[in-house]
Design a protein around this ligand. Sequence first.
Ligand SMILES: Nc1ncnc2c1ncn2[C@@H]1O[C@H](COP(=O)(O)OP(=O)(O)OP(=O)(O)O)[C@@H](O)[C@H]1O
Ligand SMILES: [Mg+2]
Length: 391
Amino acid sequence: MDFTVLVVDDEENFREGIKQYLSRDVNYEILDAASLSEAREILNRQPVDIIMLDVQVGKEYGPDLLYDINRIRPTPKTILITAYGEVEMAVDAMKNGAFDFLSKPVSFPLLEATLKRAEDVIRLQKEIESLMGAYKKDFSFVVGQNEKMKRIFKDAQLAAKAQVSILIGGETGTGKEVLAKFIHQNGPRANKLLVPINCAAIQPTILESELFGYEAGAFTNAEKRKPGLFEVADGGILFLDEISSMSMDMQSKLLRAIEEKKVRHVGGTKEIPVDVQIVAASNRNIPEMIEKGDFREDLYYRLRIVDIEIPPLRERKEDLPELIGFFVKSISAERGVNITKVSEPVLRAFQNYSWPGNIRELKNAIERASIFCEGDTINLCDIPADIAKFE
Ligand SMILES: Nc1ncnc2c1ncn2[C@@H]1O[C@H](COP(=O)(O)OP(=O)(O)OP(=O)(O)O)[C@@H](O)[C@H]1O
Ligand SMILES: [Mg+2]
């Protein structure tokens, strides 16, 4: 059995009806509870993937259970069952993290479609989570002594805690993605997902369906409906890398999603509420793009509630010793070699060089040196000639 579904309702007939209907599907293990306290007991005892929760459970208010549910990791997907006229409560519950709602009498095809959608999100989250395990591990953020970097370190921590939109600028290789991971790890969303998407690497039409999801039949090849990355990142962070390459049309759609905190699948009509913190990165000058009409000013201001510009390495050369030390240590550990020192001429060359590829280039230079280096010290002959010549 792949999914455990908990049905919470005081009406036994309803629970039985749902149980009978769902038990036709071998993928489900079905549990039921007649009160909120019974539901809490079950949730404390075993993992549950999907909860069907009545708004009125006897004299109790069903959505009260959401406070308990939201503390569980991974958070079960709650489908609220409402009676006629309770739509407002349902909307409220959605804001508090419910996955969806259905009204009574429950239409079975609709129930099945909703469950399938919850399953899709759970599967995708699991898949991404396992990828993220690997993604998180290789991450360290070296701050250094540069005043701007110290400031960035503080701003990033505050912005992470405040869960506001953050726009990270900086040349290629300055560490925009590393900073995004740092923000994720230092905010209350650390145990939810950080979902990265490179807007430059994806065609505009595909980008839309990736971000917002799609319905079956929305376009050729759309055989099954698929949740978008906004839904996958729900509760967590969406990292929009190279945002400056997003088309104007997509920019409008993104702005709408951010402002309304809702997305709509391509080919769908239903609005799906999402709670996502946006971290965006760009290595282009966005104000210049705005002047030329290539970037929406309103989106720019929406993204840069906190605005962080990482300086290029050539403007923070005082940090070279710490960065070199960090990379020498981590790379030799990774490659199982014992390099502990960097010779004086190499340090001089590193200080004089302008590092157009910034920290990525420095890391690559040390990685290369660790391959050529024969003793415990990196010498001039181990580093790329175009850097060594600056000795
Ligand atoms: N402050 C830092 N501490 C440790 N490693 C860093 C730091 N900054 C950058 N790096 C390393 O440099 C490399 C490039 O960093 P990153 O991918 O974050 O750059 P970027 O700004 O996103 O570049 P691009 O614009 O090309 O996408 C990575 O391997 C990263 O680990
Ligand atoms: Mg990057």
